[in-house]
Design a protein around this ligand. Structure first.
Ligand SMILES: [Zn+2]
Length: 166
């Protein structure tokens, strides 16, 4: 299993992708007000990040990952999410802070790129099926693996469609 995944990382040319429009249409549940409280702009940012993720991983994300966007929307200063609703069905949660979203709202391409890579890093932990780390050495190793896959995804997608660069 691990060997197969390692192979995958070495062959980024085999990745296929959803268009940005297909991504927008697939995650619309995040716009329902009872599900989350994210703004249209925050939803757009989530979709822009997911655009970098290969199709088969996006399909797995839909089933197994719940994104919790800590929205900067002023109407909500805190919120309660019953984990039972989320974890009974899904394997993991990725929390996205308003700082990461702010990176995408910056005018600096470098800030957008860094925010995108941070998002992809968290998705890479899921893709590589990383457990919680057991030691400092193990932590170092899995962080490196997640960084490498995130970078690979970012570069591969940017190369295929440079006009869509963040
Ligand atoms: Zn990490």
């Amino acid at each position: 299993m691990i060997a197969a995944k390692r192979e995958n990382i070495k062959m980024p040319n085999n990745f296929s992708y959803y268009s940005i429009r297909e991504i927008y249409d697939q995650f619309t549940e995040y716009r329902k007000i009872d599900k989350s409280d994210i703004t249209d702009q925050e939803y757009k940012i989530l979709c822009e990040w997911l655009w970098y993720v290969p199709k088969n991983t996006v399909d797995r994300i839909k089933l197994d990952i719940e994104f919790i966007l800590l929205s900067a929307k002023k109407s909500q200063v805190a919120c309660y999410t019953p984990l039972k609703d989320v974890l009974n069905k899904k394997r993991g949660i990725i929390f996205i802070s308003s700082i990461l979203i702010a990176g995408m709202q910056s005018n600096l391409p470098r800030a957008k790129e860094e925010a995108t890579k941070k998002f992809l890093h968290e998705v890479a932990h899921f893709e590589l099926d990383h457990p919680s780390y057991e030691s400092e050495a193990h932590k170092k190793q899995i962080e490196k693996e997640a960084d490498e896959l995130a970078l690979k995804w970012f570069e591969q997608r940017s190369k295929m469609d440079p006009s869509k660069l963040v």
